[in-house]
Design a protein around this ligand. Structure first.
Ligand SMILES: *[C@@H]1O[C@H](CO)[C@@H](O)[C@H](O)[C@H]1NC(C)=O
Ligand SMILES: *[C@@H]1O[C@H](CO)[C@@H](O)[C@H](O)[C@H]1NC(C)=O
Ligand SMILES: [Zn+2]
Length: 362
């Protein structure tokens, strides 16, 4: 075993101090309610943002995902393989598992597979980023046109993969720090209705996984907490990639996190890091109330999980049409949102350079 570097010894020491000084009267599953994110300074923000690369995401992830990939299709297998191999090649050392099952659909029994990637499975608390990787099924009667679901949801899933690649070093350090707060990525299958949206014909993957997590103890020896308690915040990305995205507010319980995204948008704007972004705030609107939208968060919401639903409202014009393809994507807003999301995640996870880390008081 190699000699520990000075910074990893420092991190280990900080870990011990944090354990000794943190307030043990708050049960871990309630810490999410009081969680405070770090605010990174301008040089730290610039260095984080410099790690992300839209062209790389486009070539590596988006091109791989823009195939017909409804549940059980060959394209679905191909995309699952892409997600798993991308994450397993990273230095951070993701724990990647599958939740595979069969479900009855209007077209008979079909196979479904959710992919779950966890940076540190022993961490009690997880910030969750989620997307659906399946594409909506259209029967082959449309003059050979294929539905590729670029905004729905090849771009959101690509953004999550790019985040894990761009911030690989930071996430590796976080994992090695032994922090009790970590990151989990969920790639759902079967979000789309196969025939027509009903409570039975939709959300196949998220319904299955929410039930499974509700019945799995976390930590493994716990008697009264489940894997759902481990979710600090469930951030669901959907319908992202069109021009002029606007994210409104569906849940008062997470308004402060939507406000934080708005604050990050403002800070990156001030640093000149956002392209084609004339006003300091264009995307995140915590004061704009929008009605409940049915999506993969619903089975989690119904079990008490706190949700941040990042879905463009009104839905982009190409939604569920054959024009939801690569040509109609808006590159600059995707690039800007990648930057904002990556800062959000690192700040939420309190990923600061060691010498700057504040020991959590009681
Ligand atoms: C930002 O924080 C880093 C430590 O993480 C520090 O070295 C640097 O001087 C700070 N920069 C500014 C502009 O405050
Ligand atoms: C859960 O169990 C732990 C110890 O096993 C106990 O301290 C705690 O009060 C329990 N919480 C609830 C909500 O029952
Ligand atoms: Zn859809």
């Amino acid at each position: 075993m190699a000699e520990m570097s000075f910074s990893s010894r420092l991190l280990a020491l900080i870990g011990i101090l944090t354990t000794l000084t943190s307030c043990d009267t708050i049960p871990w599953q309630e810490k999410k309610l009081k969680h405070e994110a770090t605010t990174l300074n301008s040089s730290e923000l610039s260095s984080i943002v410099a790690h992300t690369d839209l062209d790389r995401m486009w070539q590596k992830d988006l091109k791989s995902m823009l195939v017909v990939r409804y549940p059980g299709s060959a394209g679905s297998q191909q995309v699952q393989q892409h997600i798993k191999s991308t994450l397993s090649l990273l230095k951070a050392g993701w724990d990647v598992t599958e939740d595979s099952f069969y479900a009855n659909t209007p077209y008979g029994q079909l196979p479904f597979t959710n992919i779950i990637a966890t940076l540190n499975p022993t961490a009690k608390r997880q910030l969750v980023l989620a997307c659906h990787y399946d594409s909506k099924y259209y029967p082959p009667q449309w003059d050979g046109r294929e539905f590729l679901g670029a905004i729905d949801s090849a771009v959101p899933c690509s953004m999550i993969l790019e985040l894990s690649r761009a911030q690989d070093d930071e996430l590796k350090t976080l994992k090695n720090s032994g922090s009790d707060l970590s990151l989990q990525l969920l790639f759902f299958d079967g979000e789309e209705a196969l025939y027509q949206w009903t409570s039975e014909d939709s959300l196949y993957g998220s319904r299955h996984l929410a039930h499974k997590m509700a019945t799995a103890s976390h930590p493994p020896e716990a008697t009264n907490t489940s894997q759902l308690d481990s979710i600090d915040l469930f951030v669901l990305l959907d319908l992202i990639g069109g021009p002029n995205p606007r994210f409104g507010n569906q849940f008062s319980s997470t308004t402060r996190w939507l406000s934080r995204l708005r604050n990050i948008e403002r800070r990156l704007h001030a640093l000149g890091q956002l392209e084609n972004h004339p006003n300091e705030v264009q995307y995140f609107w915590p004061g704009l109330h929008v009605g409940l939208i049915l999506d993969d968060h619903i089975p989690f919401l119904n079990r008490g999980v706190r949700i941040l639903h990042l879905i463009s409202t009104p839905f982009p014009a190409v939604w569920h049409t054959f024009d939801d393809n690569e040509e109609n994507l808006d590159q600059t807003s995707i690039s800007n949102l990648n930057k904002i999301l990556q800062v959000f995640v690192l700040e939420y996870l309190n990923k600061k350079s060691p010498e700057n880390q504040v020991v959590e008081g009681s």
